[in-house]
Design a protein around this ligand. Structure first.
Ligand code: ARG
Length: 471
């Protein structure tokens, strides 16, 4: 057991208590953040004359060595240490002696862990942002290739009105676009540095908090030391953003699963993204889409877990807050791997355009347009609605579509119907004439696609300031 305290204790910690209290098993993934944070802190201590320049240098070199050795496998983080912070300090002191013991001057593990977690999350926000960017490019490619691919649009999972595949995919573009914007908002709001807040009340040492903040790529130092060590809002916001991303993917996966069935056959998931059955040789299952849908619940669970953990906590730091990590790490790993696989599945998926178009022509998706035709001939909309209702009933009876009705039969329903009716209710017309902003008509869709392109080219990738901190 290597822990950073013990002076006031008369006997060692019970072994089970030690194991229960320790977090190194899961917080070891914050090694890089811990090393960078400590390097910034010691550089500041040296600059302020709180430790010597030599000690500052020795600490920096020592920490870089520890990082390199863990990465190369020479040094292993074992559970003989309480947490990643204890590990770094203990090994550093073993390696460089007293200078290592000076590192924690003017610092508490409370502001240290607040800093490490914030920087870890900041890095994950950047990773999720890059994955979303790639996904948006893939969706836009599908849109551009399918502005004339007609398909039924659904409400209540019933065929409603004809749209295009570009239009349908454009809805997902909007969702994932908002998701990216949310990540950018979160990044901006969270990018304040808690280091230098101490246990909760700051310190009497003349720390330069803006110096460490800047060194670690933050916009500024946080404003209240008690809030700094007990704030996990940024993490809750990120888990919320990830939950929404998962919800968007899950909705799309649900559609893909349906569209991939023998009954629909709108799409075919690529072999590389499908799986087989151990008993039924004919099966090709959409497991990846189902898993993404399934894992959504787990990400929501992490969000709910942390909200619940935080709800009764008095200020400032409480050990409950160590529980912010496992669920959050799991949610980040899950959401990022889902984003990656979802993008690959979409990119390789085959759309059966002919089947979609045939389906768009069935199910009376042009009924609204038939009513609008009658309105154009001077019939009030409510009456037109009723005439077309009877038209549909007759079609169902005869097993035909609206445009397969004879002009004589149509005229019996309404004398204003003429030869031009057929053109007016063709699927092409139904889509092409929908030209309001945001609709599937060609001009509206061209505008929408231009907007998507603009978003992709103008939205800067979020960068993790720690990417080249140790170089
Ligand atoms: N492992 C702890 C955590 O993750 C570090 C902070 C410990 N602070 C304390 N006062 N015990 O929250």
């Amino acid at each position: 057991m290597a822990q950073l305290w013990g002076g006031r204790f008369t006997k060692p910690t019970d072994e089970k208590v030690y194991a229960f209290n320790a977090s190194v098993n899961f917080d070891k993934r914050m090694l890089k953040q811990d090393v960078c944070g400590s390097i910034a802190h010691s550089a500041m201590l040296a600059k302020q004359g709180i430790i010597s320049e030599e000690d500052g240098k020795a600490i920096e070199e020592g920490l870089k060595g520890i990082y390199a050795d863990v990465v190369s496998g020479k040094l292993v983080i074992t559970n003989q240490y309480e947490d990643i912070h204890s590990f770094c300090e203990a090994v550093l002191t073993e390696r460089i002696g007293d200078a290592g013991k000076r590192l924690h001057t003017g610092r508490s593990r409370n502001d240290q862990v607040a800093l490490d977690m914030r920087m870890y999350v900041r890095g994950e926000v950047c990773i999720a942002d890059a994955l979303l960017d790639k996904l948006l490019v893939t969706i836009l490619d599908i849109m551009k290739a399918n502005t004339k691919t007609f398909m039924p649009g659904f409400t209540h999972l019933q065929k409603a009105q004809p749209v295009t595949l570009a239009h349908h995919m454009g809805a997902y573009f909007e969702m994932f676009k908002r998701d990216r914007k949310r990540l950018h908002d979160i990044y901006t709001r969270m990018n304040e540095c808690p280091l230098g807040s101490g246990a909760l009340a700051g310190t009497t040492y003349p720390l330069d908090r803006e110096f460490t903040a800047k060194k670690l790529g933050f916009d500024k130092a946080t404003d209240n030391s008690m809030d700094s060590v007990s704030d996990r809002d940024y993490l809750i916001e990120f888990l919320d953003a990830l939950s929404i991303i998962m919800m968007h993917m899950s909705r799309s996966c649900e559609e893909i699963i349906t569209w991939n069935t023998n009954e629909y056959r709108f799409v075919e998931i690529d072999d590389a993204y499908s799986t087989g059955s151990s008993i039924m040789p004919q099966k090709k299952n959409p497991d990846i889409a189902e898993l993404i849908r399934g894992k959504t619940g787990r990400v929501y669970g992490s969000l709910m877990g942390l909200l619940t953990t935080m709800k009764g906590l008095p200020l400032a730091y409480n050990k409950d807050m160590q529980e912010d990590k496992e669920g959050a790490f799991d949610a980040m790993d899950t959401a990022c791997s889902c984003l990656d696989l979802y993008e690959g599945m979409l990119r390789s998926m085959k759309f059966n355009n002919e089947i979609m178009e045939k389906s768009a022509a069935g199910g009376f998706t042009n009924a609204t347009d038939a009513a609008d035709y009658l309105v154009g001939k001077g019939i009030p909309f409510r009456d037109a609605h009723s005439v077309v209702g009877r038209m549909v009933l007759e079609c169902i009876d005869k097993g035909i579509t609206i445009d397969e009705m004879s002009l004589d039969d149509l005229k019996k329903l309404s004398s204003v119907i003429g030869e031009d009716f057929y053109e007016a209710v063709s699927i092409e017309t139904c889509v092409l004439k929908r030209s309001t902003k945001g609709a599937p008509g060609p001009d509206a869709m061209a505008d929408e696609i231009a907007g998507c392109e603009k978003f992709i080219s103008e939205t800067k990738a979020l960068a993790d300031p720690l990417d080249d901190f140790l170089n």
